[in-house]
Ligand binder design. Structure first.
Ligand code: UPG
Ligand code: MN
Length: 459
């Protein structure tokens, strides 16, 4: 079972005391086949010494969320022994522009819930996210909000066309439009929360932790901000006028909040709120000394946890030949996958037909058709999760129907993997790429290929 790689500590994990009509999922192990048995019934109070910081999800993979009482007054999240009240006008916010990053967002959301976050959980998505993932996200997040760059004011549109690489960057900036919240904490979808971080809401805009590569800059994977349309407008204007020195949001935000490094030390979040998963390698004595208090681990860089394969039997990621990094890095990866296995995979199970057989070695939740379309009031099969665990309102419809076109989720006894599907762009997408100046000169748009097409046309 996973343990905090930094501390190696074992702390008691208390399940919610009442969590009615939730479903227990048992994994029966047959060679190369996942078999699931659903049983309804209240979850008993269980106290266990494992896992240390992140427990496996209650059955069904749905963890407690901050709730409002029938009278509209907030009450404590079930099982919240600390007695903290949910704060409904503040939120943890993340972003996932495609189904692959959604896997990260789901792990993040479940880790926040495990750690009894007392703020709302919000995920920003774009039109590329499939309906299936929207519904799954809505089981974990209080709000699933679609943002659309092209609906923005003209100058933003222009900036986007001239600087297509700013696309994801501009999407992150949409978090400032969440003005129904007074204060928010943004977390990248490749972060994992190891302990409660509600105290971040005591900080003011703009608070962030130093970037491990250049500590005079902050890392934009975790930051405290105050939603404001005015700030949002100024940020977009700044993007258009100055671009971004790294071509993405971190450069842009650092040049916008340029006094961060000198003005106010309270706006420097301790590194434990954004510990890069490879820090143990870069400064191992500091990691030994301070790593045990890590609260958020960030898998920054090109290789994300979902790019690895995972063995659910050993609880370890599989070596792919390129090397896994240090022992600590591997432990963080294992921790991410433990949350994925126990708290995210079960969320897909309600989409499986009761008697349906799963192809050996390829039990896919992500590619399965939905029972009904997202956004309907009853999208679940009869044996699906209880009403308490499902919020279906306000799920933005996806133009793509119910299947995930981005991701293949393969689950077998010995291996779980999340594969990004390599998709050929549609003619419309190809045309848009041309219009945006994204021309694949070395590949399909190479002169020789175009000449071939012309020759075929002329024959
Ligand atoms: O295709 C994408 C790419 C990114 N994201 C979102 O944007 C975040 C940032 O991207 P990520 O791949 O996590 O970047 P990092 O490897 O963390 O790289 C650094 O550089 C990025 C660009 O400046 C910053 O956004 C990060 O916070 C910073 O840690 C992700 O976590 C997601 O929330 C998507 O939704 N879809
Ligand atoms: Mn990141």
């Amino acid at each position: 079972m996973a343990r905090n790689p930094a501390s190696g500590q074992e702390t008691p994990f208390v399940y919610p005391s009442k969590y009615p009509t939730i479903h227990h999922i048992y994994l029966c192990i047959y060679p190369s086949i996942i078999c699931l048995e659903l049983r309804a019934g209240p979850l008993e109070t269980t106290t266990t010494t494992k896992p240390p910081l992140l427990g496996p999800a209650p059955a069904g993979g749905v963890l407690p969320r901050a709730q409002e009482s029938p009278g509209g007054q907030p009450h404590c999240a079930p099982g919240d022994e600390r007695g903290t009240m949910p704060v409904l006008d503040q939120a943890f916010v993340t972003l996932a522009t495609n189904d692959t990053y959604c896997q990260g967002a789901l792990v993040l959301g479940q880790s926040l819930r495990t750690q009894r976050a007392t703020r709302k959980l919000v995920v920003l998505i774009t039109s590329q996210v499939s309906s299936l993932l929207r519904v799954i996200l809505s089981k974990v997040f209080d709000e699933v909000i679609e943002v659309n760059l092209m609906e923005s004011a003209d100058y933003i549109h222009l900036a986007f066309l001239k600087r297509p690489e700013l696309g994801v960057t501009l999407t992150k900036l949409h978090c400032w439009t969440l003005t129904h919240y007074s204060k928010c904490v943004f977390l990248d979808a490749d972060t994992l929360v190891l302990s409660n971080i509600d105290e971040l809401f005591d900080r003011a805009e703009f608070s962030a932790a130093p970037d491990p590569g250049w500590p005079d800059c902050f890392n934009s994977g975790v930051f405290v901000f105050q939603p404001s349309l005015e700030t949002h407008g100024l940020l977009l204007r700044h993007a258009m006028d100055h671009g971004s020195f790294d071509g993405a949001d971190q450069g842009l935000l650092n040049s916008f909040f340029s006094s961060w490094s000198t003005a106010d030390i309270h706006k420097h979040l301790p590194f434990i709120y954004n510990l890069s998963s490879n820090t143990a390698y870069t400064y191992s004595p500091a990691f030994k000394r301070f790593g045990s208090s890590a609260k958020v681990v960030h898998f920054l860089g090109p290789t994300k946890p979902w790019n690895y394969k995972y063995n659910p039997q050993t609880g370890s990621v599989l070596e792919d030949g390129s090397g896994l990094g240090t022992q600590h890095q591997t432990s963080f990866l294992n921790l991410w996958w433990t949350v994925y296995q126990h708290s995210v995979l079960p969320l897909y199970e309600s989409f499986r037909d009761a008697g349906e057989h799963v192809a050996p070695g390829h039990a896919t939740g992500v590619g399965e058709p939905c029972a009904e379309s997202a956004g309907s009031s009853q999208p679940w099969p009869a044996e699906g999760p209880s009403e308490e665990t499902v919020v279906t309102e306000d799920i933005p419809p996806s133009p793509k129907g119910c299947r995930s076109e981005d991701v293949d989720l393969a689950v077998s006894v010995f291996e779980i993997s999340i594969e990004e599907k390599v998709k050929a762009p549609s003619p419309e997408e190809e045309r848009r790429h041309w219009e945006e100046g994204r021309i694949d000169y070395m590949g399909k748009d190479a002169f020789a290929r175009i000449q071939e097409k012309l020759d075929r046309f002329l024959q």
